[in-house]
Design a protein around this ligand. Structure first.
Ligand SMILES: [Zn+2]
Length: 298
């Protein structure tokens, strides 16, 4: 009888041990995904208008499913992301067609292939002065091929709140790598101010990443919709805070259901005019610092 009791208590003890382990690991997984608090930028570049020199243009390139955005002002330029694999030469041809051979900044928001995929060709085709990355390491061919082409002196992993000029405009990084195991949540996010007009470029920063942006000054005129208008980003709360007039969705054929119906509905309900690269082709917005014009291929 005593032996039986001992066996039973051993089993109860073992069960408790397993249950504790399961609860612990589950919690560990939960806490692992929580985004660390990013510092609030005390001096937001959005607070003050910048000088202007002619027009600034932002080109949302139709690269199918992925992002690639070119910004030009006063003989300076930035490329944000390079689209998916196989799109680098197409993007290069577009930029070279504008008479550009030197690139001031290449910003790779994160290491997913629909953002870094075409960067190998970009780095081969242009003399890139500075490259901003989020510092994530990824075990993919695209990532390794890109890293091989980057010199240490070119690469900057920007601190949150770091700001710099583009022509007469100014950009500021307001989110960076928070060591989330979901690569999207580590996206570099930046604001840009030109004259009185303002932009927010979000990479694939949705869900937790987007929540952490609520901590920043993000009231803008023009919003690059996060993560191809996924279900988990561009919330009502976020749109209330950002109050954009126009949203730009970089999206192509995909199996994720992007852009989701609910995301488009939220934009519509908040009165945000949405342009989509899959429907409109390349989209260009021009700002003179006060007024703006949007044009698209289709
Ligand atoms: Zn993406």
């Amino acid at each position: 009888m005593r032996k039986k009791l001992r066996v039973v208590s051993f089993f109860i003890f073992a069960l408790l041990l397993i249950a504790t382990y399961l609860i612990y690991t589950e919690n560990e997984n939960l806490t692992f995904n929580v985004v660390k608090e990013t510092p609030r930028c005390v001096n937001s570049i959005l607070d003050n208008p910048t000088q202007t020199t002619g027009n600034l243009s932002v080109h949302f390139l139709n690269v199918s499913q992925g992002d690639s955005i070119l910004i030009l002002n006063n003989n300076q330029n930035i490329l944000i992301d390079c689209g998916p694999n196989g799109k680098g030469d197409e993007i290069s041809a577009y930029i070279q067609g504008l008479g550009i051979s030197d690139m001031d900044y290449l910003i790779i928001t994160h290491t997913d292939s629909d953002h870094i995929g075409g960067c190998e060709e970009i780095l081969k085709n242009f003399n890139v002065k500075m490259i901003f990355m989020d510092g994530q390491v990824k075990d993919t061919v695209s990532y390794r091929d890109v890293l091989k082409l980057i010199d240490k002196e070119q690469l900057v992993i920007p601190d949150v709140c770091f700001s710099t000029n583009i022509g007469s405009g100014v950009i500021q990084f307001i989110h960076g790598n928070v060591n989330s195991e979901n690569a999207n949540q580590n996206s570099l996010v930046l604001t840009m101010k030109y004259g009185k007009t303002s932009f927010l470029f979000t990479g694939d920063c949705d869900s937790n990443c987007e929540k952490s942006l609520l901590n920043q000054e993000v009231d803008v005129d023009f919003l690059k919709i996060a993560h191809h208008c996924s279900e988990y980003g561009t919330t009502e709360e976020f749109l209330d805070k950002t109050t954009p007039r126009i949203g730009f969705i970089s999206v192509g054929k995909n199996s994720y259901g992007h852009p989701t119906e609910n995301c488009l509905l939220r934009l519509n309900e908040q009165g945000v005019r949405a342009y989509r690269t899959d429907l409109n082709g390349n989209i260009i917005i021009i700002s003179d610092g006060e007024n703006y014009w949007v044009s698209s291929e289709k």
